[in-house]
Write a protein that binds this ligand. Structure first.
Ligand SMILES: [Zn+2]
Length: 237
């Protein structure tokens, strides 16, 4: 078993937190303790245990009289096969949608636009700050575009403070106070404007939203030689 401190020194496969940074929940808020699967091989162990539980459940469904048959018939999924299956499911989910390609193109366009916001932000608040904020966004939200967008907007149009960087420190006197090894996280970089950089209206004007995702397809009606109109006229009469 790894301690939470040991887990923190590793990258998290679940929330993609980098070594030294706390795990984050789906909303980007730091969690009180790191994810259980964080650390070398932890995710694999987790998946294997899950496969084991699944097989046990399946065996239990055979009932007490058929335990031998259950042992013979129910196989525990191997780690390789789990990995293969997850890879397959991800690929299938991305490709099997009717509009999978269009979605991916739209996503690319959205990224291009978001980089535009990032460069625009650099023009307003300076490259240093913009870079720190942008990297924080990518680290915390990964490729979740809507979250990045709304957080950038919050940074620029409000005075809500945002913690950008953390440092893991050690102090002898803290040993066994809050945790066993005396390490603690300190926020070393913070975005805290005294007044909003721009108003929401200015933001929307400067960084207009693309409407490509919400566009419509104009389908021409087939030419029926006026049949539909004649029919409706007949109904009215
Ligand atoms: Zn995590």
């Amino acid at each position: 078993m790894m301690t939470n401190a040991e887990r923190l020194a590793e990258k998290c496969p679940k929330c993609h937190a980098i070594p030294g940074s706390p795990c984050v929940d789906p909303l980007g808020e730091p969690t009180s303790r790191p994810h259980k699967v964080r650390g070398p091989g932890q995710l694999d162990a987790h998946l294997v245990a899950e496969a084991q539980r699944k097989a046990e459940r399946q065996k239990a469904r055979y009932g007490p009289l058929f335990r031998e048959i259950a042992e013979r018939e129910v196989a525990v999924e191997s780690l390789e096969s789990i990995r293969e299956r997850k890879r397959y499911e991800a690929a299938r989910a991305a490709e099997s949608r009717d509009i999978g390609i269009i979605r991916q193109c739209n996503r690319g366009l959205a990224w291009v636009r978001l980089w535009g916001v990032r460069w625009g932000m650099a023009e307003v608040i300076g490259e240093d700050r913009a870079k720190a904020i942008w990297e924080n966004m990518l680290r915390v939200y990964g490729n979740n575009l809507p979250y990045i967008e709304s957080a950038l907007r919050r940074c620029l149009t409000t005075t809500v403070p945002r913690e950008l960087g953390f440092e893991l420190r050690f102090e002898e006197s803290r040993k066994n106070a809050n945790n066993a090894d005396g390490r603690y996280l300190v926020c070393v970089d913070r975005w805290e404007p005294t007044s909003p950089v721009m108003t929401p209206a200015e933001y929307d004007e400067r960084f207009p939203k693309l409407d490509h995702e919400f566009g419509y397809v104009d389908v021409d009606e087939p030419d029926d030689g006026g049949l539909f109109d004649r029919m409706m006229a007949a109904f009215a009469a």
